[in-house]
Design a protein. Sequence first.
Length: 364
Amino acid sequence: MGILEKISEIEREIARTQKNKATEYHLGLLKAKLARYRSQLLEGPKSSSAKGEGFDVMKSGDARVALIGFPSVGKSTLLSTLTSTTSECASYEFTTLTCIPGVIQHNGANIQLLDLPGIIEGAAAGKGRGRQVIAVGRTADIVVMMLDAIKGDVQKELLTKELEAVGIRLNKSKPRIYFKQKKGGGISFNATCTLTKISEKMVQLILHEYKIFNADVVFRGDYTTDEFIDVVVGNRKYMPCLYVYNKIDQISIEEVDRIARQPHCVVISCNMLLNLDYLKDMVWNYLNLITVYTKKPGQKPDFDDGLILRSNCTVEHACHSIHRTLVENFKYAQLWGKSAKYNGQHVGLSHKLCHEDVVLIAKK
Ligand SMILES: Nc1nc2c(ncn2[C@@H]2O[C@H](COP(=O)(O)OP(=O)(O)OP(=O)(O)O)[C@@H](O)[C@H]2O)c(=O)[nH]1
Ligand SMILES: [K+]
Ligand SMILES: [Mg+2]
């Protein structure tokens, strides 16, 4: 039996197994098996399908956004609208067959937007160009999952499942579970809080399924079996995702309102140019970007050409992005803006910067 068949057999068994106390361990074990086969499938021989022609696009700019969605939801229309690149748009499915990069200019940043072929159910298992699309998706800083507003929420659920199947976790953070394999000593298990979703026995069962008999495990939160499996398997990719519902010109205002209230959702219409500025702002926020302006002594800040940095970055990061040797000659920095206690505050390299701060770097 091939891995794909094994996977679908386990999926069927999970689907028909009732969820209750008696089946808890059986289900946990099935999930661990499923995760193991899936990672085997992904690690399998990197055939021609893993990397496709036209999918190796150079990273450029300050950040990268991947457009992922079913065929004909309007991905290419969005790229052609937000950037100066034209990607063919048409009413038939699979118009786009490769990866088409464009650049969104926003708040002084160059954000690379990748238009990709539509993906379909079964993409994770190799249907269509799914594997290539997902491989490119992994290289992005955020995913924009484009959805057809006319089709309701089904597309979102199906696509999330496809991405989950290849280890991509959307809008989730890495579970705070310490896990370290050892040479001997058995399995030591601890938790810093009460666990309601998993037991020590389940943890052991899962580890045995992975042939791990010696390890330290510490739960620092009330996590589920699936989350523990993620930690054991490793190589999960945790990515921010914006769900963008396009074609709202085709649905009622009540439906638009309902969708817009859901978390991480943005409603747009490419054809009617509705809400596209808000979309760009949301992309900027999800990318965690900030602009920091520089200033020379006795001069006005340079508001035309800001530094594009990540939130939580320090003065040291800012120095690096100005010049690679600047840190060696750094004496102190002077600050204006939100992160300064008072205007013109003197700070060191470890000071954390905020969006729209102005910084003057004094050299030795
Ligand atoms: N009503 C409406 N139609 C739209 C909108 N945006 C795009 N479309 C139409 O949707 C169809 C598909 O658009 P594309 O941009 O080719 O979609 P795609 O997601 O790139 O499709 P594939 O490359 O085939 O996966 C075209 O006929 C567009 O004109 C919109 O905001 N409203
Ligand atoms: K299309
Ligand atoms: Mg397209």
